[in-house]
Write a protein of this length. Structure first.
Length: 234
């Protein structure tokens, strides 16, 4: 089983509370969590990554426990070996494309220095066609170039799975279509599991092998993308 997730967390605010209670198990390599803003998708993804701590439950990937409250297992984000790409890409503005990607290998406090490239960094720069902007800074890049840089930084350390938070939300329609195709082909080549969250039905149709809908902090049954598209258009 690739994904085995059982997460619970409760928030209490001044005016209202929110309770997340999400369970799903799936052997799908390209799995999408679909739902409206505020449904609990991002919170679920952050708890899987170790960026938020659940109140109870477990996270298992390929049979390995990353978090298990009852067994007192709570691996740090670094030890979970997951690549997380934020919606805004979270590139370091003071680092070049090369240095941003190299940071995925270092994961320390020191910034990667300019100099000879690591072989893995060069491979991903070539794979994402970033040669012409390798020494530029994020503010000099287009939206598509920033996304490819963020993906390269995520993949350079050879993670066990890729987590994507609304990866196409900031891009125009034509660029979204092209980058979805590129990402789908890349994932097929790598064979790496992907968990993507989105509120865009086109992301589901283009990228998902299976989809799970999340509403009000609850997860529905896994279904095929075509079934979701038919339900949305009904």
């Amino acid at each position: 089983m690739i994904w085995d997730v059982d997460l619970r967390k409760r928030f209490v605010g001044r005016t209202h509370g929110f309770e997340l209670d999400v369970q799903f198990r799936s052997d799908t390599h390209k799995l999408v969590l679909f739902g409206p803003s505020g449904a609990g998708k991002s919170l679920t993804l952050k708890m899987i990554a170790g960026l938020e701590t659940p109140d109870d439950g477990h996270v298992r990937l390929g049979g390995a426990s990353l978090y298990d409250r009852r067994r007192k297992i709570d691996l740090s984000p670094q030890r979970r070996g997951l690549a997380y790409v934020f919606q805004d890409y979270a590139l370091f503005p003071h680092l070049t494309v090369v240095q941003n990607i190299a940071f995925g290998l270092h994961r320390g406090l020191a910034n990667p220095r300019r100099g000879p490239r690591h072989e893995a960094v060069s491979r991903w720069i070539e794979a994402f066609h970033l040669e012409s902007v390798a020494n530029q800074y994020p503010e000099q890049l287009s939206g598509g170039q920033r996304q490819r840089t963020a993906l390269a930084r995520a993949l350079v350390a050879e993670p066990r799975a890729l987590l994507l938070d609304e990866p196409f939300a900031a891009l125009d329609r034509s660029l979204r279509r092209r980058l979805r195709q590129e990402l789908s082909e890349l994932l097929d080549q790598l064979g790496i599991p992907m968990l993507l969250i989105t509120h865009d039905e086109e992301d589901v149709v283009s990228l998902a092998d299976a989809v799970i809908c999340i509403h009000d902090g609850r997860a529905g049954e896994e279904q095929e993308p075509a079934a979701l598209a038919a339900a949305q258009s009904a």
